[in-house]
Design a protein around this ligand. Structure first.
Ligand SMILES: Nc1ncnc2c1ncn2[C@@H]1O[C@H](COP(=O)(O)OP(=O)(O)O)[C@@H](O)[C@H]1O
Ligand SMILES: [Mg+2]
Length: 271
């Protein structure tokens, strides 16, 4: 496993990436860069290739051509675990929970995974054993871990959930915990695929707060989101895909006013 990711070296470069599934070209020669401490919105109608692009970046999907690199190191061709160890973290449409833990413990596990160079999402019990939870000699370290976890929960706006069992969480609360865990591993790059879907307004605010705090701590956040208003409000720059191609890139204002973008969305998400 590689050492702890540093948020200071991030520049994610996507160069000429194409993905073909049989006769379908899901991603067509897409090039862009995501920088440290920015939120890059990735917009596009259904089927535009957004999720496939995230799969390529996280190492789940090998591109047909092109490559992705991070801080000058090639990610393409590495396995998912290696890409994660280099600091590329993603959340899932359906949050992945660690049953049997409290919310705070779930974040402690993610923190321990970072300290011990593990992968994300970490295997909870292996990480707990590795960092010596419960042994007297580790009490002091565990207190530090707990303090860090509480700081992360506060930053993610869910300090009040700290003592609750993961089994008791509603869907939106699981999403908020997943965001907190993702922040706990100090990623270089955070890939968020529709993190606001099915959330209530308070939960949306909490996720947006987490996104902003990730940016403030130097993370390159890539955000795919169908809620276009929220995406344009939080993004520093936006890349727009349509039928796999990049059709626009620029400031939220410029992209929202771009006739090509408006055309792509007619009959889709933009009313
Ligand atoms: N595993 C796959 N096999 C075949 N076609 C796929 C696969 N994954 C995605 N596609 C196709 O690729 C295109 C882009 O899909 P996707 O990346 O999911 O778009 P988005 O996330 O923007 O809605 C769609 O036409 C979709 O049907
Ligand atoms: Mg998708």
């Amino acid at each position: 496993m590689t050492a702890v990711a540093s948020p200071l070296t991030t520049t994610l470069e996507v160069r000429g990436v194409s993905v073909r599934f049989g006769g379908v070209i899901a991603v067509a020669d897409v090039t862009f860069t995501a920088h440290t401490a920015e939120v890059l919105g990735v917009m596009g109608p259904n089927g535009a290739g957004k999720t496939t692009l995230f799969n390529v970046i996280s190492g789940v999907q090998r591109p047909t051509s092109g490559e992705v690199s991070l801080g000058g190191s090639r990610l393409t061709g590495r396995g998912v675990e290696d890409v994660a160890a280099l600091g590329v973290t993603r959340t899932f449409q359906t949050p992945v929970m660690f049953w049997g833990l409290t919310v705070r413990e779930s974040v402690e596990v993610a923190l321990a995974a970072r300290e011990f160079g593990g992968t994300y999402p970490p295997a909870p019990w292996r990480e707990l054993l590795r960092c010596g939870f419960g042994t007297p000699g580790r009490r002091r370290e565990n207190a530090v871990l707990r303090e860090c976890a509480d700081a992360i929960l506060t930053g993610a706006g869910i300090a009040a959930m700290a003592g609750r069992a993961t089994e008791s969480l509603a869907f939106g609360e699981e999403r908020l915990l997943e965001m907190a865990r993702a922040l706990a591993v100090s990623p270089n790059v955070l890939l968020l695929d529709e993190p606001l879907s099915a959330l209530n307004p308070d939960e949306i605010e909490a996720v947006l707060t987490s996104i902003r705090s990730a940016r403030a701590s130097g993370v390159a956040v890539l955000l795919v989101e169908h809620a276009v208003g929220e995406l344009l409000a939080v993004a520093d720059r936006v890349v727009v895909l349509d039928h796999g191609r990049k059709i626009a890139e620029g400031s939220p204002q410029a992209v929202a006013a771009d006739p090509l973008v408006i055309d792509a969305y007619i009959g889709d998400e933009l009313e």
